[in-house]
Structures are given as structure tokens and as C-alpha cells.
Design a protein around this ligand. Structure first.
Ligand SMILES: [Zn+2]
Length: 198
């Protein structure tokens, strides 16, 4: 699979930590993100649920290492392969988003590395809510929500995606996560993903 295809664009995902939390109307979140100019106020939406970054975007996301060249406009109308923000709609069923460069998972009890988790996810994909991942060290079972995915995967009904961010290339600042928490009354977390299990 080509990493340049639309389906495998790397994204930094922000999402409510609370299990299966979602919002049927997300305009209040978009409004709050426009107020701080994380999302552009003036250019508006360019495609359903996709927004240009605002003037203060880089106050809320820190890019690590040497500064990469950012493309903040599409090369052609309709292209989505540039740095921008997507506010997803809520889905009835939670989806497993993961990082094709590698998924890491830790036991919630003893923090040991769990092996072959992605194989188990693939095998159980029809009903991941029931899946149990057993720890070889402490023998405690984790479920898909209490595993620590080390920012490499998440199982969520809704998310905000920052497109064109490679894994660990950038991190959301605490102020952004706290703003989302204030607006939605629930804490937020983040992950890097380019694929969705279907
Ligand atoms: Zn364990």
C-alpha cells in the first residue's frame, strides 16, 4: 500500500479519553478552536468537516526536531494531503485507529509490553469490546480500553485529526488538551494513526 494514498495519511488524533464518548453536534468544539485561532476563522471550511489551520495553530502543537516544511494549502482543489484539521462525525460503533509503522501496547496493571496485540485485534475485529489481552508477566487481562497503547492506537467513536503529522513528529500542547477538556467537560488524549480497522 502506498503511504501517499488518502487512506493512509498519517494523522495526529485527539479524542475524549472517556470510553465511547462522542458528540452529535460538534459545532461548539469547532467554535472554541476557532476562537483561539487553532482553526482558521476567516477561510472557513473547505470540505465537509475539514478546516484550514489558524494563525495560532503552532501555539498549540509542538513539532519536534528540525522544522519540517509544512504544506498548509492543497496542491489542487479537493486534495487532502496537506496540514489541516478534520473534525470527525461520531460513529455508532467505535473504530480502531492504528499506526502502520508499529503498534505498542502495555499491560495496565504491571506496564509490561504486550505482544502480538495487533494480531489479536485483527482476529477479534468483529467485536473488539469483548477482546481480552492477557499479560504474559502478571497474567492480568486488559481490554481494548484499558491497554496503554503508547499513542500508537485508539478505539474511539469520534476524533479531531490533524492531517499530515507523522508519528511522534509533533505533540499537542497541554493547553490544547485542557481547552478541549474545558469545552467538553471530559479529558482528552492523543494518538498517531494512518489506518482504520474495517
Ligand atoms: Zn501485566
Amino acid at each position: 500500500m502506498s503511504l501517499m494514498s488518502i487512506d493512509s495519511v498519517f494523522k495526529l488524533l485527539l479524542y475524549p479519553k472517556e470510553a465511547y464518548r462522542s458528540f452529535s453536534d460538534t459545532q461548539f468544539i469547532v467554535d472554541a478552536l476557532q476562537d483561539i485561532e487553532f482553526i482558521c476563522k476567516t477561510k472557513g471550511i473547505f470540505e465537509r468537516n475539514h478546516y484550514h489551520i489558524g494563525d495560532k495553530f503552532f501555539d498549540y502543537v509542538t513539532f519536534l526536531g528540525c522544522s519540517p516544511a509544512f504544506k498548509t494549502e492543497p496542491d489542487q482543489t479537493g486534495a487532502l494531503d496537506f496540514l489541516h484539521i478534520e473534525m470527525s462525525e461520531s460513529t455508532e460503533k467505535a473504530n480502531f485507529h492504528y499506526n502502520s509503522l508499529g503498534v505498542q501496547a502495555r499491560c495496565f496493571q504491571c506496564k509490561s509490553k504486550l505482544n502480538n496485540v495487533l494480531d489479536k485485534v485483527m482476529a477479534d475485529k468483529a467485536d473488539l469490546k469483548k477482546t481480552q489481552f492477557s499479560c504474559a508477566k502478571c497474567e492480568v487481562n486488559s481490554d481494548i480500553l484499558n491497554i496503554n497503547w503508547r499513542n500508537t492506537a485508539c478505539f474511539v467513536n469520534q476524533f479531531i485529526a490533524i492531517h499530515q503529522v507523522f508519528p511522534h513528529e509533533a505533540i499537542p500542547n497541554e493547553s490544547l488538551l485542557l481547552l478541549l477538556q474545558d469545552v467538553t467537560n471530559t479529558p482528552w488524549h492523543y494518538s498517531y494513526a494512518d489506518l482504520i480497522l474495517t
